[in-house]
Design a protein around this ligand. Structure first.
Ligand code: ARG
Length: 566
């Protein structure tokens, strides 16, 4: 597509031998105010090269560029050259490109032939899937869609927490207080209760901790009873988790949890030894990271049991071998930042030159108004409840406002779930979230339902149109301020998607489609679309089509569906 920034850089560099296109591209800014143009070229950094004051350079550049097809006017103010894009050329290029590419508008093949592994969701077996896991799930899923849209081949892995000492504790607790019937009825709640009880009792009776450790050791050694119980807990939990994945319509390419690496760790421990990285410390084996200002990375406990980092190191080596990724992303909250920094450092120390392809994508923590959400204390908000509450709420609103709607349940699902996902992806991901039911389920203002509603409104206008959506001749029909603002936003969309990928930040897209929805609603209130004049109607329809299409794509990249009616 025609890229005005690129044209600007070409134009300027063609006039001055000493200026390269790439250097100009680096300097171009988007001015904060409309009257300063669509693009600006600040000349401060060119002073040395030109041996002139920046304002004189700006003058010279402005004068050297005469009339041209892409910019309606070019002027200079102080040290800046301001470029005003030709509105009609912009409208034509953007809208015809959308018409042509449809929902592929904004896609690219930047990542052609390259694999990206995304490790996300990854809840823990026998523990509730809480709002913290929701964040990992929706951020990871959105990143998957964004990378895929840009041409990468994505591999989504659910690194289930299905291994570790906690399973020893769980088995010990089950042996003491477990009730099969109760577990079958309410698996996760009951297992969680057992786990909470284990910790309460262990405070009074520390001997219990040993029992837990022993059970885990038996599990690692392949003891039949331990394995049977573990498998049972895993199956029950997965059944529960799948209900949530089904609601969210999320699938993974691999559901390989931590236990998948059991038979692969020995080799890694051997390698660590061979490379002289393992050090004995209080009976345990660690990799010393003092030189890097980090606590040691724990590899084996004194009883030989492996740990969370051991499994992550092993998994990374396995994934590199299996998928030969150019990037491997790990989506968890920032409380695990040290863990990732430690084991990724170990990968580097092992001499793997791909260590810098590993990237932890940390996000903010979710707390309830009463404080942190801790699994052990049982103070958790269940994701299933949240999603169902949201769906129910939408169902009621539909019943009040649009009782004639077809497929009410389907629509309520799409909108209710969309609201939760959108809320989660609204802010920069590193920000902490204080969990609040009302805010999470609010549909006013900058929310998913607002964007979905705008999409449905645009769809319905197109359905009622007298004429077809097609290329038009006269783009001067789309030069009202409200139309221009909208076209500009549509034009920026492909760039925004790339930015979202580069920074692993879906909220860029969330915010951009809010802007598009708001710009559209402004236009819609100001200008009737289905007017009698054929040319005017078709011009406006083309704009509506652009908005509808980009909103749909934007929502899809967040993992949200866009119903045609709601
Ligand atoms: N199961 C972990 C948790 O719930 C998250 C795992 C993240 N992925 C990884 N490769 N460590 O905290």
């Amino acid at each position: 597509m025609l890229d005005f920034k690129e044209e600007l850089a070409k134009l300027v560099s063609s006039k001055f031998d000493s200026l390269k296109k790439e250097d100009i591209l680096e300097l171009i800014e988007i001015p904060p105010q409309e009257d300063m143009g669509d693009y600006a070229l600040p000349c401060f950094k060119l002073a040395k090269l030109f041996r002139k004051a920046p304002n004189l350079i700006a003058e010279e550049i402005t004068e050297s560029i005469g009339n041209n097809q892409y910019f309606a006017s070019i002027n200079n103010v102080g040290a800046y050259v301001n470029f005003f894009v030709n509105r009609e050329v912009m409208a034509r290029t953007v809208l015809e490109e959308i018409l042509d590419k449809k929902e592929e508008y904004g896609s690219a093949n930047l990542g052609k032939g390259q694999n990206v592994v995304i490790d996300y969701s990854s809840p823990n077996i026998a523990k509730p899937f809480h709002v913290g896991h929701l964040r990992s799930t929706v951020i990871g899923n959105s990143l998957y869609k964004i990378y895929e849209f840009l041409g990468y081949n994505c591999i989504g892995i659910n690194h289930l927490g299905d291994w570790g000492t906690q399973f020893g504790k769980m088995i010990a607790a089950y042996k003491k207080w477990g009730n099969d019937e109760e577990i079958r009825q309410e698996p996760i709640q009951t297992l969680l209760k057992l786990y909470v009880k284990f910790h309460e009792e262990a405070e009074k009776n520390p001997e219990l901790e040993n029992e837990g450790r022993e059970w885990f050791k038996r599990l690692e050694d392949g003891d039949q009873e331990a394995e049977r119980l573990w498998k049972w807990f895993v199956d029950l939990s997965l059944q529960e988790f799948n209900k949530i994945y089904d609601l969210l319509k999320i699938k993974f390419d691999y559901n390989t949890g931590e236990s998948f690496y059991n038979d692969k760790m020995e080799e890694v421990v051997r390698l660590l030894k061979e490379k002289k990285l393992l050090k004995k410390s209080q009976g345990a084996y660690v990799v010393d990271l003092e030189d890097y200002d980090m606590p040691p990375c724990l590899i084996l406990k004194s009883d030989g049991a492996t740990l969370y980092p051991t499994r992550d190191i092993t998994a990374a080596i396995y994934r590199k071998k299996t998928f030969n990724f150019v990037k491997a992303l790990y989506v968890t909250d920032y409380s695990q930042s040290l863990h990732f920094a430690q084991w990724m450092k170990v990968i580097e120390l092992m001499g793997y030159d791909w260590a810098d392809q590993l990237e932890h994508i940390p996000f903010g923590r979710v707390s309830s108004e009463e404080g942190a959400l801790q699994t052990r204390k049982g103070n958790v908000i269940l994701l299933k409840d949240l999603l169902n509450k949201s769906i129910e709420k939408v169902r009621k609103i539909i019943e009040e406002n649009n009782p004639e709607l077809d497929n009410k349940d389907e629509v309520a699902k799409k909108v209710g779930i969309g609201a939760v996902i959108f809320n989660d992806l609204s802010n920069s991901k590193i920000k902490d979230i204080v969990f609040n039911w009302d805010r999470m389920l609010s549909f006013d203002g900058e929310t998913g339902p607002y964007v979905q509603y705008t999409h449905a409104r645009a769809t319905s206008v197109l359905e009622k149109a007298t004429y077809r959506v097609e290329k038009i001749k006269d783009y001067s029909l789309l030069t009202e301020e409200e139309a221009v603002n909208m076209i500009k936003l549509l034009q920026q969309f492909p760039e925004i998607v790339i930015k979202a990928m580069e920074r692993n930040e879906p909220s860029f897209i969330t915010r951009h489609i809010i802007d598009i929805a708001q710009a559209f609603n402004k236009f819609y209130h100001e200008y009737p679309i289905l007017v009698d004049d054929r040319e005017v109607q078709q011009a406006r329809l083309l704009l509506v089509y652009g908005v509808k299409t980009v909103l749909k794509t934007g929502l899809a990249l967040l993992g949200i569906e866009a119903p045609d009616k709601m």
